[in-house]
Design a binder for this molecule. Structure first.
Ligand code: NAD
Length: 469
Protein backbone atom coordinates (compact mmCIF):
# COMPACT_ATOMS: atom_id res chain seq x y z
CA UNK A 1 0.00 0.00 0.00
CA UNK A 2 1.23 3.46 -0.84
CA UNK A 3 2.42 5.70 1.95
CA UNK A 4 2.16 9.34 0.94
CA UNK A 5 4.77 11.73 2.34
CA UNK A 6 5.27 15.40 3.15
CA UNK A 7 7.10 17.72 0.78
CA UNK A 8 9.44 20.11 2.58
CA UNK A 9 12.05 22.14 0.70
CA UNK A 10 11.91 19.87 -2.34
CA UNK A 11 12.39 16.66 -0.32
CA UNK A 12 9.75 13.97 0.32
CA UNK A 13 9.90 13.06 4.00
CA UNK A 14 7.99 10.88 6.48
CA UNK A 15 5.82 12.53 9.10
CA UNK A 16 7.24 12.51 12.58
CA UNK A 17 4.06 10.80 13.97
CA UNK A 18 2.34 7.54 13.01
CA UNK A 19 0.78 7.81 9.49
CA UNK A 20 -3.01 8.02 9.19
CA UNK A 21 -5.32 6.05 6.90
CA UNK A 22 -7.33 7.41 4.00
CA UNK A 23 -10.60 5.52 3.55
CA UNK A 24 -12.56 4.87 0.35
CA UNK A 25 -16.14 5.95 1.20
CA UNK A 26 -17.65 3.43 -1.26
CA UNK A 27 -15.86 0.34 0.08
CA UNK A 28 -14.60 1.50 3.50
CA UNK A 29 -11.23 0.00 2.55
CA UNK A 30 -7.98 1.82 3.22
CA UNK A 31 -6.77 3.49 0.02
CA UNK A 32 -3.36 4.54 1.34
CA UNK A 33 -1.61 5.82 4.42
CA UNK A 34 -0.51 9.40 4.69
CA UNK A 35 2.19 11.20 6.66
CA UNK A 36 1.17 12.89 9.88
CA UNK A 37 3.19 16.08 10.04
CA UNK A 38 4.11 17.92 13.22
CA UNK A 39 4.21 21.64 13.91
CA UNK A 40 8.04 21.36 13.89
CA UNK A 41 7.80 20.04 10.31
CA UNK A 42 5.43 22.90 9.52
CA UNK A 43 8.12 25.30 10.79
CA UNK A 44 10.69 23.70 8.44
CA UNK A 45 8.29 24.06 5.51
CA UNK A 46 7.64 27.72 6.31
CA UNK A 47 11.39 28.41 6.56
CA UNK A 48 11.93 26.71 3.19
CA UNK A 49 9.10 28.73 1.63
CA UNK A 50 10.57 31.96 3.05
CA UNK A 51 13.99 31.15 1.58
CA UNK A 52 12.49 30.25 -1.80
CA UNK A 53 10.45 33.46 -1.85
CA UNK A 54 13.63 35.54 -2.00
CA UNK A 55 14.22 34.51 -5.60
CA UNK A 56 10.80 33.23 -6.78
CA UNK A 57 9.24 36.67 -6.31
CA UNK A 58 11.66 38.06 -8.91
CA UNK A 59 11.02 35.43 -11.59
CA UNK A 60 9.45 37.17 -14.59
CA UNK A 61 5.75 36.97 -15.38
CA UNK A 62 6.60 35.32 -18.70
CA UNK A 63 8.53 32.54 -16.99
CA UNK A 64 5.89 31.95 -14.32
CA UNK A 65 3.25 31.82 -17.04
CA UNK A 66 5.26 29.24 -18.99
CA UNK A 67 5.80 27.14 -15.85
CA UNK A 68 2.05 27.07 -15.11
CA UNK A 69 1.36 25.86 -18.65
CA UNK A 70 3.97 23.09 -18.26
CA UNK A 71 2.29 22.07 -15.00
CA UNK A 72 -1.09 21.99 -16.80
CA UNK A 73 0.47 19.78 -19.50
CA UNK A 74 1.69 17.29 -16.90
CA UNK A 75 -1.67 17.26 -15.12
CA UNK A 76 -3.32 16.51 -18.48
CA UNK A 77 -0.89 13.66 -19.13
CA UNK A 78 -1.88 12.13 -15.77
CA UNK A 79 -5.61 12.90 -16.05
CA UNK A 80 -7.05 9.40 -15.67
CA UNK A 81 -4.73 8.39 -12.83
CA UNK A 82 -5.59 11.57 -10.92
CA UNK A 83 -9.32 11.06 -11.51
CA UNK A 84 -9.15 7.49 -10.20
CA UNK A 85 -7.38 8.75 -7.08
CA UNK A 86 -10.11 11.37 -6.55
CA UNK A 87 -12.79 8.66 -6.82
CA UNK A 88 -10.92 6.42 -4.37
CA UNK A 89 -10.59 9.08 -1.67
CA UNK A 90 -13.63 11.27 -2.32
CA UNK A 91 -16.24 8.92 -3.81
CA UNK A 92 -17.58 10.91 -6.77
CA UNK A 93 -18.29 9.10 -10.04
CA UNK A 94 -15.30 8.73 -12.37
CA UNK A 95 -16.81 11.00 -15.04
CA UNK A 96 -17.22 13.80 -12.52
CA UNK A 97 -13.66 13.24 -11.28
CA UNK A 98 -12.43 13.59 -14.88
CA UNK A 99 -14.36 16.88 -14.96
CA UNK A 100 -12.61 17.94 -11.75
CA UNK A 101 -9.17 17.29 -13.27
CA UNK A 102 -10.07 18.97 -16.55
CA UNK A 103 -11.49 21.95 -14.65
CA UNK A 104 -8.18 22.12 -12.79
CA UNK A 105 -6.28 22.22 -16.07
CA UNK A 106 -8.54 24.98 -17.44
CA UNK A 107 -8.16 27.07 -14.27
CA UNK A 108 -4.38 26.63 -14.33
CA UNK A 109 -4.14 27.83 -17.93
CA UNK A 110 -6.51 30.75 -17.37
CA UNK A 111 -4.53 31.82 -14.29
CA UNK A 112 -1.30 31.55 -16.28
CA UNK A 113 -2.64 33.89 -18.95
CA UNK A 114 -4.12 36.53 -16.63
CA UNK A 115 -2.05 39.69 -16.87
CA UNK A 116 -1.50 41.81 -13.78
CA UNK A 117 -1.76 45.46 -14.85
CA UNK A 118 0.15 48.44 -13.51
CA UNK A 119 -2.40 51.10 -12.56
CA UNK A 120 -1.59 54.68 -13.48
CA UNK A 121 -3.16 57.11 -11.01
CA UNK A 122 -1.57 60.25 -12.40
CA UNK A 123 0.67 60.97 -15.33
CA UNK A 124 1.03 64.73 -15.57
CA UNK A 125 3.80 67.17 -16.40
CA UNK A 126 5.44 66.94 -13.00
CA UNK A 127 4.30 63.56 -11.62
CA UNK A 128 3.95 59.89 -12.44
CA UNK A 129 2.08 57.86 -9.83
CA UNK A 130 1.55 54.14 -10.41
CA UNK A 131 0.21 51.15 -8.46
CA UNK A 132 2.35 48.00 -8.78
CA UNK A 133 1.31 44.60 -7.47
CA UNK A 134 3.77 42.68 -5.32
CA UNK A 135 3.49 39.15 -3.91
CA UNK A 136 2.79 38.76 -0.21
CA UNK A 137 5.33 36.06 0.74
CA UNK A 138 4.32 32.64 2.07
CA UNK A 139 0.71 31.67 1.31
CA UNK A 140 -0.94 28.77 3.12
CA UNK A 141 -3.75 26.91 1.37
CA UNK A 142 -6.21 25.01 3.57
CA UNK A 143 -8.68 22.90 1.60
CA UNK A 144 -11.83 20.79 2.29
CA UNK A 145 -12.81 17.25 1.21
CA UNK A 146 -15.51 17.86 -1.40
CA UNK A 147 -13.51 18.97 -4.48
CA UNK A 148 -10.02 18.32 -3.12
CA UNK A 149 -8.08 18.55 -6.37
CA UNK A 150 -9.84 21.50 -7.96
CA UNK A 151 -9.94 23.66 -4.85
CA UNK A 152 -6.21 23.06 -4.30
CA UNK A 153 -5.66 24.34 -7.86
CA UNK A 154 -7.84 27.38 -7.17
CA UNK A 155 -5.60 28.25 -4.21
CA UNK A 156 -2.14 27.27 -5.39
CA UNK A 157 -2.06 28.49 -9.02
CA UNK A 158 -2.85 32.17 -8.36
CA UNK A 159 -0.42 32.16 -5.44
CA UNK A 160 2.39 30.91 -7.68
CA UNK A 161 1.39 33.06 -10.65
CA UNK A 162 1.75 36.20 -8.55
CA UNK A 163 5.16 35.20 -7.12
CA UNK A 164 4.29 33.80 -3.70
CA UNK A 165 5.53 30.53 -2.24
CA UNK A 166 3.08 27.98 -0.87
CA UNK A 167 2.33 25.61 2.01
CA UNK A 168 -0.56 23.30 1.09
CA UNK A 169 -2.64 21.63 3.81
CA UNK A 170 -5.38 19.40 2.39
CA UNK A 171 -8.19 17.80 4.39
CA UNK A 172 -7.03 14.64 6.17
CA UNK A 173 -10.05 12.90 4.62
CA UNK A 174 -8.91 13.53 1.02
CA UNK A 175 -5.19 14.42 0.92
CA UNK A 176 -4.01 12.07 -1.85
CA UNK A 177 -4.96 13.86 -5.07
CA UNK A 178 -3.55 17.11 -3.62
CA UNK A 179 -0.26 15.36 -2.82
CA UNK A 180 -0.09 14.06 -6.42
CA UNK A 181 -0.84 17.59 -7.64
CA UNK A 182 1.93 19.04 -5.47
CA UNK A 183 4.31 16.36 -6.79
CA UNK A 184 3.56 17.50 -10.35
CA UNK A 185 3.89 21.18 -9.47
CA UNK A 186 7.17 20.56 -7.65
CA UNK A 187 8.64 18.91 -10.78
CA UNK A 188 8.63 22.37 -12.39
CA UNK A 189 9.75 24.61 -9.52
CA UNK A 190 12.82 25.37 -7.43
CA UNK A 191 12.93 23.62 -4.03
CA UNK A 192 10.76 25.21 -1.37
CA UNK A 193 8.41 27.14 -3.67
CA UNK A 194 5.70 24.53 -3.00
CA UNK A 195 5.47 22.42 0.17
CA UNK A 196 2.77 20.14 1.56
CA UNK A 197 2.10 19.22 5.17
CA UNK A 198 -0.64 16.68 5.87
CA UNK A 199 -2.07 15.68 9.24
CA UNK A 200 -4.76 16.84 11.59
CA UNK A 201 -2.70 17.16 14.77
CA UNK A 202 -2.78 20.90 15.09
CA UNK A 203 -1.41 21.62 11.59
CA UNK A 204 -4.43 23.77 10.63
CA UNK A 205 -4.28 25.88 13.77
CA UNK A 206 -0.46 25.88 13.57
CA UNK A 207 -0.74 27.47 10.14
CA UNK A 208 -3.25 30.10 11.19
CA UNK A 209 -1.06 31.26 14.07
CA UNK A 210 2.30 30.96 12.28
CA UNK A 211 4.23 34.28 12.19
CA UNK A 212 6.07 33.26 8.99
CA UNK A 213 2.89 32.89 6.93
CA UNK A 214 1.60 36.05 5.25
CA UNK A 215 -1.73 34.94 3.79
CA UNK A 216 -4.21 32.14 4.23
CA UNK A 217 -6.61 31.09 1.56
CA UNK A 218 -9.14 28.92 3.33
CA UNK A 219 -12.07 26.94 1.93
CA UNK A 220 -14.15 25.09 4.46
CA UNK A 221 -16.87 25.46 7.03
CA UNK A 222 -17.91 28.74 8.64
CA UNK A 223 -16.92 27.74 12.22
CA UNK A 224 -13.40 26.76 11.09
CA UNK A 225 -13.19 29.96 9.04
CA UNK A 226 -14.01 31.97 12.15
CA UNK A 227 -11.22 30.19 14.02
CA UNK A 228 -8.80 30.92 11.14
CA UNK A 229 -9.70 34.61 11.32
CA UNK A 230 -9.28 34.80 15.10
CA UNK A 231 -5.83 33.17 14.96
CA UNK A 232 -4.59 35.17 11.99
CA UNK A 233 -4.60 38.53 13.78
CA UNK A 234 -1.15 38.48 15.36
CA UNK A 235 0.81 39.11 12.18
CA UNK A 236 -2.15 40.59 10.26
CA UNK A 237 -2.36 37.75 7.75
CA UNK A 238 -4.31 38.52 4.59
CA UNK A 239 -7.31 36.21 4.34
CA UNK A 240 -9.57 34.85 1.67
CA UNK A 241 -12.37 32.90 3.34
CA UNK A 242 -14.61 30.75 1.13
CA UNK A 243 -17.01 29.29 3.67
CA UNK A 244 -20.28 27.42 3.84
CA UNK A 245 -23.36 28.10 1.78
CA UNK A 246 -27.06 27.35 2.06
CA UNK A 247 -28.16 28.56 -1.35
CA UNK A 248 -31.81 29.38 -1.96
CA UNK A 249 -33.60 29.18 -5.30
CA UNK A 250 -37.01 30.68 -6.03
CA UNK A 251 -39.23 29.24 -8.77
CA UNK A 252 -41.74 31.82 -10.04
CA UNK A 253 -45.27 31.14 -11.32
CA UNK A 254 -45.42 30.24 -15.00
CA UNK A 255 -42.04 28.46 -15.03
CA UNK A 256 -41.85 25.54 -17.46
CA UNK A 257 -41.27 22.76 -14.94
CA UNK A 258 -40.24 19.99 -17.34
CA UNK A 259 -37.70 22.36 -18.89
CA UNK A 260 -36.01 23.52 -15.68
CA UNK A 261 -36.33 20.47 -13.40
CA UNK A 262 -33.19 18.70 -14.78
CA UNK A 263 -31.10 21.86 -14.30
CA UNK A 264 -32.45 22.39 -10.77
CA UNK A 265 -31.75 18.75 -9.91
CA UNK A 266 -28.22 19.02 -11.34
CA UNK A 267 -27.48 22.18 -9.32
CA UNK A 268 -28.81 20.65 -6.10
CA UNK A 269 -27.14 17.26 -6.33
CA UNK A 270 -23.82 18.26 -7.90
CA UNK A 271 -21.19 16.04 -6.25
CA UNK A 272 -23.96 14.36 -4.21
CA UNK A 273 -24.94 17.80 -2.89
CA UNK A 274 -21.49 18.22 -1.32
CA UNK A 275 -20.75 21.48 -3.08
CA UNK A 276 -20.58 24.83 -1.31
CA UNK A 277 -22.53 26.55 -4.08
CA UNK A 278 -25.08 23.77 -4.61
CA UNK A 279 -28.75 24.70 -4.53
CA UNK A 280 -29.82 23.68 -1.01
CA UNK A 281 -33.32 25.18 -0.46
CA UNK A 282 -35.95 25.32 -3.19
CA UNK A 283 -38.89 27.75 -2.81
CA UNK A 284 -41.64 26.88 -5.30
CA UNK A 285 -44.83 28.83 -5.98
CA UNK A 286 -47.93 26.93 -4.88
CA UNK A 287 -49.26 26.80 -8.46
CA UNK A 288 -46.30 24.57 -9.51
CA UNK A 289 -45.48 22.93 -6.23
CA UNK A 290 -46.77 19.39 -6.82
CA UNK A 291 -45.58 19.30 -10.42
CA UNK A 292 -42.06 20.48 -9.53
CA UNK A 293 -41.67 18.18 -6.52
CA UNK A 294 -42.82 15.17 -8.57
CA UNK A 295 -40.53 16.06 -11.50
CA UNK A 296 -37.51 16.27 -9.20
CA UNK A 297 -38.41 12.97 -7.52
CA UNK A 298 -38.68 11.29 -10.94
CA UNK A 299 -35.18 12.44 -11.86
CA UNK A 300 -33.84 11.36 -8.45
CA UNK A 301 -35.22 7.84 -8.93
CA UNK A 302 -33.32 7.52 -12.22
CA UNK A 303 -29.91 8.05 -10.58
CA UNK A 304 -27.66 5.00 -10.40
CA UNK A 305 -26.11 4.99 -6.92
CA UNK A 306 -22.89 3.05 -6.36
CA UNK A 307 -19.10 2.95 -6.40
CA UNK A 308 -17.89 5.80 -8.61
CA UNK A 309 -15.54 3.44 -10.48
CA UNK A 310 -18.38 1.12 -11.58
CA UNK A 311 -19.75 1.38 -15.10
CA UNK A 312 -23.04 3.28 -15.30
CA UNK A 313 -22.88 4.76 -11.79
CA UNK A 314 -23.64 8.49 -11.75
CA UNK A 315 -24.25 8.99 -8.01
CA UNK A 316 -21.56 8.14 -5.46
CA UNK A 317 -21.44 7.90 -1.67
CA UNK A 318 -21.32 10.70 0.87
CA UNK A 319 -17.64 11.30 1.61
CA UNK A 320 -17.50 10.49 5.31
CA UNK A 321 -19.44 9.03 8.22
CA UNK A 322 -19.93 12.35 10.07
CA UNK A 323 -21.51 13.89 6.98
CA UNK A 324 -23.71 10.82 6.42
CA UNK A 325 -24.89 10.99 10.05
CA UNK A 326 -25.59 14.73 9.72
CA UNK A 327 -27.73 14.25 6.59
CA UNK A 328 -29.52 11.23 8.12
CA UNK A 329 -30.29 13.19 11.30
CA UNK A 330 -31.69 16.20 9.42
CA UNK A 331 -33.99 14.02 7.30
CA UNK A 332 -35.18 12.04 10.35
CA UNK A 333 -35.97 15.34 12.08
CA UNK A 334 -37.92 16.49 8.99
CA UNK A 335 -39.95 13.26 9.12
CA UNK A 336 -40.92 13.90 12.74
CA UNK A 337 -42.15 17.36 11.65
CA UNK A 338 -44.53 15.76 9.15
CA UNK A 339 -42.50 16.34 5.98
CA UNK A 340 -43.23 14.10 2.98
CA UNK A 341 -40.27 12.06 1.66
CA UNK A 342 -40.86 11.67 -2.09
CA UNK A 343 -37.85 9.44 -2.69
CA UNK A 344 -34.81 8.22 -0.78
CA UNK A 345 -34.93 9.24 2.86
CA UNK A 346 -32.56 6.76 4.51
CA UNK A 347 -28.99 5.46 4.08
CA UNK A 348 -28.71 2.36 1.87
CA UNK A 349 -28.29 -0.89 3.75
CA UNK A 350 -24.95 -1.85 2.23
CA UNK A 351 -21.24 -1.29 2.75
CA UNK A 352 -20.21 2.33 2.13
CA UNK A 353 -21.62 5.74 3.01
CA UNK A 354 -24.45 5.61 0.47
CA UNK A 355 -27.46 7.91 0.77
CA UNK A 356 -29.78 8.07 -2.26
CA UNK A 357 -30.90 11.41 -3.72
CA UNK A 358 -33.77 12.55 -1.52
CA UNK A 359 -36.56 15.05 -2.20
CA UNK A 360 -38.40 16.34 0.88
CA UNK A 361 -41.76 18.09 0.36
CA UNK A 362 -44.28 19.73 2.71
CA UNK A 363 -41.49 20.97 4.93
CA UNK A 364 -41.69 24.22 6.85
CA UNK A 365 -39.07 26.92 6.40
CA UNK A 366 -38.17 26.64 10.10
CA UNK A 367 -37.01 22.99 9.89
CA UNK A 368 -33.26 22.49 10.50
CA UNK A 369 -33.03 20.71 7.11
CA UNK A 370 -33.86 24.11 5.56
CA UNK A 371 -32.08 26.42 7.99
CA UNK A 372 -28.78 24.52 8.25
CA UNK A 373 -26.29 23.67 5.51
CA UNK A 374 -27.07 19.97 4.93
CA UNK A 375 -24.16 19.52 2.45
CA UNK A 376 -25.48 16.20 1.16
CA UNK A 377 -27.89 14.49 -1.25
CA UNK A 378 -31.13 16.02 0.04
CA UNK A 379 -33.27 18.85 -1.28
CA UNK A 380 -36.07 20.38 0.80
CA UNK A 381 -38.85 21.91 -1.35
CA UNK A 382 -40.77 24.69 0.40
CA UNK A 383 -44.12 26.03 -0.82
CA UNK A 384 -44.81 29.78 -1.04
CA UNK A 385 -47.82 31.85 -2.08
CA UNK A 386 -46.37 35.38 -2.15
CA UNK A 387 -43.01 36.11 -3.78
CA UNK A 388 -42.20 38.76 -1.15
CA UNK A 389 -42.44 36.01 1.44
CA UNK A 390 -40.16 33.77 -0.67
CA UNK A 391 -37.53 36.53 -0.86
CA UNK A 392 -37.77 37.04 2.89
CA UNK A 393 -37.27 33.32 3.54
CA UNK A 394 -34.37 33.15 1.06
CA UNK A 395 -32.62 36.05 2.81
CA UNK A 396 -33.59 34.92 6.28
CA UNK A 397 -30.44 32.97 7.10
CA UNK A 398 -26.96 34.21 7.89
CA UNK A 399 -25.22 32.64 4.86
CA UNK A 400 -24.88 34.30 1.47
CA UNK A 401 -22.92 32.34 -1.12
CA UNK A 402 -25.18 32.01 -4.20
CA UNK A 403 -28.89 32.26 -4.95
CA UNK A 404 -31.11 31.93 -8.00
CA UNK A 405 -34.47 32.85 -9.44
CA UNK A 406 -36.19 30.76 -12.12
CA UNK A 407 -39.04 32.13 -14.25
CA UNK A 408 -40.39 32.72 -17.74
CA UNK A 409 -39.85 36.50 -17.68
CA UNK A 410 -36.12 37.18 -17.51
CA UNK A 411 -36.54 40.83 -16.51
CA UNK A 412 -38.85 40.01 -13.62
CA UNK A 413 -36.59 37.14 -12.49
CA UNK A 414 -33.51 39.39 -12.67
CA UNK A 415 -35.18 42.10 -10.59
CA UNK A 416 -36.03 39.56 -7.91
CA UNK A 417 -32.59 37.93 -8.13
CA UNK A 418 -30.93 41.30 -7.48
CA UNK A 419 -32.68 41.40 -4.09
CA UNK A 420 -31.05 38.15 -2.89
CA UNK A 421 -28.31 38.63 -0.31
CA UNK A 422 -25.50 36.55 -1.79
CA UNK A 423 -22.18 36.75 -3.64
CA UNK A 424 -23.54 35.46 -6.95
CA UNK A 425 -27.16 35.67 -8.02
CA UNK A 426 -28.21 33.51 -10.97
CA UNK A 427 -31.23 33.70 -13.27
CA UNK A 428 -32.53 30.42 -14.71
CA UNK A 429 -29.33 28.64 -13.74
CA UNK A 430 -27.34 27.97 -10.55
CA UNK A 431 -23.88 26.79 -9.40
CA UNK A 432 -22.09 27.77 -12.60
CA UNK A 433 -18.57 28.94 -11.98
CA UNK A 434 -15.87 29.86 -14.45
CA UNK A 435 -12.25 31.01 -14.18
CA UNK A 436 -12.84 34.50 -15.59
CA UNK A 437 -15.64 35.45 -13.17
CA UNK A 438 -15.00 36.37 -9.52
CA UNK A 439 -16.64 34.01 -7.03
CA UNK A 440 -17.13 34.54 -3.31
CA UNK A 441 -19.68 34.90 -0.56
CA UNK A 442 -21.11 37.55 1.69
CA UNK A 443 -22.53 37.43 5.24
CA UNK A 444 -21.22 34.29 7.02
CA UNK A 445 -20.21 32.66 3.71
CA UNK A 446 -16.92 34.54 3.86
CA UNK A 447 -15.15 37.40 2.17
CA UNK A 448 -12.77 37.97 -0.67
CA UNK A 449 -13.14 36.40 -4.10
CA UNK A 450 -11.42 33.78 -6.17
CA UNK A 451 -11.02 33.74 -9.99
CA UNK A 452 -10.62 36.46 -12.57
CA UNK A 453 -8.26 39.38 -12.11
CA UNK A 454 -9.88 40.33 -8.82
CA UNK A 455 -9.21 36.86 -7.44
CA UNK A 456 -5.58 37.01 -8.55
CA UNK A 457 -5.03 40.40 -6.94
CA UNK A 458 -5.94 38.93 -3.54
CA UNK A 459 -2.50 37.32 -3.58
CA UNK A 460 -0.77 40.68 -3.91
CA UNK A 461 -0.29 43.95 -2.07
CA UNK A 462 -0.22 47.25 -3.87
CA UNK A 463 2.95 49.28 -3.83
CA UNK A 464 2.43 52.86 -4.95
CA UNK A 465 5.37 54.29 -6.89
CA UNK A 466 5.28 58.10 -6.81
CA UNK A 467 7.78 59.79 -9.10
CA UNK A 468 8.43 63.51 -9.22
CA UNK A 469 9.44 64.29 -12.77
P1 NAD B 1 -13.76 22.08 7.58
O1 NAD B 1 -13.90 23.49 7.97
O2 NAD B 1 -14.08 21.03 8.58
O3 NAD B 1 -12.26 21.77 7.13
C1 NAD B 1 -11.63 22.51 6.10
C2 NAD B 1 -10.12 22.42 6.29
O4 NAD B 1 -9.77 23.11 7.50
C3 NAD B 1 -9.57 21.01 6.40
O5 NAD B 1 -8.35 20.95 5.70
C4 NAD B 1 -9.32 20.91 7.90
O6 NAD B 1 -8.31 19.99 8.21
C5 NAD B 1 -8.89 22.31 8.25
N1 NAD B 1 -9.03 22.68 9.66
C6 NAD B 1 -9.74 22.06 10.64
N2 NAD B 1 -9.63 22.74 11.80
C7 NAD B 1 -8.84 23.81 11.56
C8 NAD B 1 -8.38 24.90 12.37
N3 NAD B 1 -8.72 25.03 13.63
N4 NAD B 1 -7.61 25.82 11.78
C9 NAD B 1 -7.29 25.74 10.47
N5 NAD B 1 -7.69 24.73 9.67
C10 NAD B 1 -8.45 23.77 10.21
O7 NAD B 1 -14.63 21.89 6.25
P2 NAD B 1 -14.93 20.54 5.47
O8 NAD B 1 -15.89 19.74 6.30
O9 NAD B 1 -13.65 19.92 5.02
O10 NAD B 1 -15.66 21.09 4.15
C11 NAD B 1 -17.02 21.32 4.08
C12 NAD B 1 -17.33 22.79 4.25
O11 NAD B 1 -16.59 23.56 3.31
C13 NAD B 1 -18.78 23.14 3.98
O12 NAD B 1 -19.24 24.05 4.94
C14 NAD B 1 -18.74 23.81 2.61
O13 NAD B 1 -19.80 24.68 2.35
C15 NAD B 1 -17.43 24.51 2.66
N6 NAD B 1 -16.95 24.80 1.31
C16 NAD B 1 -16.99 26.12 0.88
C17 NAD B 1 -16.58 26.43 -0.42
C18 NAD B 1 -16.62 27.85 -0.93
O14 NAD B 1 -15.99 28.14 -1.95
N7 NAD B 1 -17.32 28.77 -0.29
C19 NAD B 1 -16.13 25.42 -1.26
C20 NAD B 1 -16.11 24.11 -0.79
C21 NAD B 1 -16.51 23.82 0.51
Amino acid sequence: MNNYKLLIDGQWVEGACEPFKVINPATLETVATCANGTTEQLDLAVQAAQRAFKSWQHVSHEERKAILHRIADEIAANRDELAALIVAEQGKPFGLAIGEVEGGIAWTRYTAETEIPVEVFEDTEDKLIEGHRKPLGVVASITPWNWPFMIAIWHIMPALRTGNTVISKPSGLTPLSTIKLVEIINNHLPAGVINIITGERGIGSGITAHPGINKIVFTGSTPTGQSVMRNAADNLKRLTLELGGNDAAIVLPGTDVSNVAPAIFGAAFLNMGQTCGALKRLYVHESLYEEMSAALADIAKQQVVGNGMDEGVNFGPVQNKDQLDLVTGLVEDAKTRGARILCGGAPLDQVGYFYPPTIVADISNEAPLVQEEQFGPVLPVIKYADVENAIEMANGIDMGLDGSVWGPDTNEATTIASRLECGTTFVNTHAEIQPNVPFGGCKMSGFGVEFGLEGLLEYTAMQVVHIKK
